[in-house]
Design a protein around this ligand. Structure first.
Ligand SMILES: [Zn+2]
Length: 237
């Protein structure tokens, strides 16, 4: 009976060794994922700002086109009024058309002034977009290469994790399901640390003293004993 139980403890210890590595590797890989997300976020943020600049540029380009269309229309009106001017019979008609031409010329001047301002705005917006696109391309290259590096760094860790998971599955075959479940439950509660040694009456999980009577029981190794303080499975080497 004792020998059988000693075997269980040995299996549990092996299971714990794999579990420790699994927890460590999962934490490493989780950190890597977070790092990659952070890098993508940086690029996304830049992209959003660039898109806003592109929208500004499109809007000012449209304003320029609208103004140019309006100026062309006013021009047409001036040409027509001038044609009429040549054909008028009365002085009154002449004066009305003259005022019309004058008004349209003033309107055209004002539109052209406005257009010049829009041209300046358009140039500035275009510069921002051109510069932004250059910086975006650089940042994209930089971030992709950083992500590649990060990914490369954890290739071994991913393989190791797979191998420890397979190892754990193998070890688990030698353990009764009830013990396996117990191990999984305690591990989950203690961040992957379910089986610990007791050295000189001290539990190596919570570093508290266990009662002397319990220490004797642990040394005998005849049943599964858990630490009364942290509930981890304890054993004596
Ligand atoms: Zn403990």
């Amino acid at each position: 009976m004792t020998d059988i139980f000693k075997k269980d403890i040995e299996t549990l210890v092996k299971l714990q060794e794999a579990e420790t590595e699994i927890v460590r590797l999962k934490a490493v890989l989780e950190k890597v994922e977070k790092e990659k997300i952070k890098l993508s976020g940086k690029l996304k943020l830049f992209e959003t700002a660039l898109n806003a600049n592109k929208e500004d540029l499109a809007s000012v380009q449209k304003s320029c086109r609208d103004l140019e269309t309006e100026i062309a229309m006013v021009d047409q009106r001036i040409i027509k009024s001038n044609e009429h001017l040549r054909m008028v019979k009365t002085n009154k008609e002449y004066q009305v058309l003259l005022r019309e031409v004058d008004d349209n010329k003033k309107r055209k001047d004002s539109l052209e002034t406005q257009l010049l301002e829009f041209f300046d705005e358009k140039d500035n917006a275009q510069d921002l977009v051109t510069q932004g696109e250059k910086e975006y391309a650089l940042l994209k290259d930089q971030i992709e290469s950083e992500q590649e590096k990060v990914e490369q760094k954890c290739v071994d860790d991913k393989q190791d994790l797979e191998s420890y998971l397979a190892q754990q599955e193998d070890i688990g075959k030698y353990l009764k399901p009830i013990l396996m479940n117990r191990f999984a439950k305690i591990s989950k509660m203690n961040n992957g640390n379910a089986v610990v040694q007791v050295i000189d009456e001290v539990c190596n999980g919570c570093f508290m003293n266990i009662p002397p009577q319990l220490y004797i029981e642990v040394q005998k190794c005849t049943s599964l004993i858990t630490c009364p303080l942290c509930s981890r499975i304890i054993y004596h080497q």
